[in-house]
Design a protein around this ligand. Sequence first.
Ligand code: ADP
Ligand code: MG
Length: 696
Amino acid sequence: MSKTEFELTDNVMYVKGVGPRKAALLAKLNIVTKYDLLTHYPRTYENHSSLTKIVDVAAGETAVIVGRLSDIDSHEARGLTIINAFLKDDTGYIKLTWFNQKYLLTKLKPGMRLMIVGKAKFDRWADGLAVNQIQSFTILDEYEEPPLGIMPIYSSTASITQGTFRTAIKNLLASMPPLKEILPQEIIDAHDLMPLDEAAREIHFPKDLLRLDAARRRLAFDELFLIQCGLMLIKRQTQDERLGISHKKNGKLVKAALAKLPFDLTGDQKKTFRTVAQDMESKLPMRRLIQGDVGSGKTVVALLALVKTVESGYQGAFMAPTEILAGQHYEKFSALLTGLGIRVGLLSAKVTRTKKLREEIYRQIAAQELDIVIGTHALIQEGVTFARLGLVVTDEQHRFGVAQRSTLEKKSDTLPDMLVMTATPIPRTMTLTVYGDLDVSLIKELPPGRKPIKTIVKTMRSRRKVYEFVLEEILAGRQAYVVCPLIGRSESEQLADIESAEEVFDMLSRRIFRDVPCALLHGKMKPADKESIMEQFRDGATKLLVATTVIEVGVDVPNASVMVVEHAERFGLAQLHQLRGRVGRGAAKSYCILLSDSKADTAQTRLDVMETTNDGFKLAEEDLKLRGPGQFFGETQHGLDDLKIADALRDVAVLLQARDAAEKFITDDENLKYFAGLRENLALAYGDKFKQIVAN
Ligand code: ADP
Ligand code: MG
């Protein structure tokens, strides 16, 4: 008799080889259940077909070496712990160097058998080659075969080794009964999908590249299929008899707001607002997406729509993706609208943290003492109820947020109109599929007087010159951003070549910019700290801001005219374009300098495209072409990242198939029933996020 049933909801500590101590470490990566571990998909893979003998190791080439460890030694230099050791095989010995991984001292023992994956270069002290870029290593037992083939690489922290992950997942898979199929067999057959159980296993330990491709496609299909089903259900609901709000024609208030704008609307803005106004006046609920490049003036259109709903006697809500942005919009909106007698409120983390403030603003919202409420996710928290919600605007940049969108819509007895804004330059076919429930308006024209940003790609050899140029700009009265892919040292330990924002900040603020006010900004800081740092940068007190991609979304500082992006190859083109949009907002000529030493062909080609075009849509298409679907050994694309495995930019083909399948699947009521039944079983297979989307 079996002692215990296997459940994917079991705590991960019950996986053989994990236990309470490692479970605590895994929890830091949000891995709590067996399901979380199963779906902690590899970040990338290494494909090692053969071992290299030490005598054959060549400089600059990645090699897999098996040998015995000796002469382990460590010292401190410039605050870094450097570990040196030697690895010997029957052809010779080679020096190994680990930077800043002090914890390894307790793990590495002389005499140990190790398999190392890394790159060597000439080392003066050793007077020979030294492997100083160690990507991974595995401790081998005396007679253990070195694990060759396709090896998964997981995103991890310093305290969890790749070996731990591999062993834990292997044990999990060994103890896991076959996963039940959740898709109807017709869909599996029609799209030639790998069975779920196979895919869940092969994604971690693929037998070959073809099977890896098939596994990934299957898992991506599932994710996208469910989203499509969710979108279609939403669309059905909004087309049923429940009546939407019929807003009044534009009156005095809208005209007054228009008159107060310090500029004329562009042609595209006028056209878009006209369409939005028509949608709002119609009885059917508006479900519209405004797509436009950064700075194309979407927010202004949203503001007018909000005024329109207020004029009709309703309230408006505006959901921004970050605290910083919510605050920024609040200030702009209040400045413009308070004179017109419109009451604007801000629902931020600061406000909701104290019970008294929170309850007061909730009361004002419920009593319609506020006309327009701007906020972040705080807007969809329980306790927020609008008296008469007429319009919901979400500025979701590159997030799906389908679930959140529909939560906000339920915050009132009315069925509000809905406007979604995105600056993500998603190609047209994808807009239709990712935002399948929405009508689309496009703003292509930029407001007059914008100067194109000059983009330049440079190698690290020019880094000093680049920063000297930045200094000149700052001394001439301007401000600058430096963007880094990682926050802190603990993250960069895994990636020996990458300097984190903290490290770059230390280096710059102590040297070239020691006489200039500098600040560091990243996502792990407290909201209050982030706000005050942004405030000082906005006021011009800070001249140089070293940041992670937290500044990607909407930050508006016209005096900032230069941006330097470190390790630019680690960002997607769409994301670089978003980042670049932070400069070029004022009168000064603006520059975006992309630093990269990546040798990969595609990396260079991609970055070169950034130099030649400022058109976000073109960039997205290029990105797609260059990366192509099914490319696993590149850097991960950030962006549409609510998904665990599907990549909405890369997986267009799968997305279209999933949409097609969902469309066929959801048309008849029998299937809707099946879908509802399926929903119950999805918790296990797909986790809460999808439950949310699907359960709406
Ligand atoms: P988006 O939301 O698309 O990023 P915003 O609405 O925030 O763009 O507009 C970007 C900047 O351009 C803002 O400072 C805004 O005041 C300004 N702006 C918007 N529309 C116009 C226009 N028609 N003429 C001049 N400036 C404009
Ligand atoms: Mg904006």
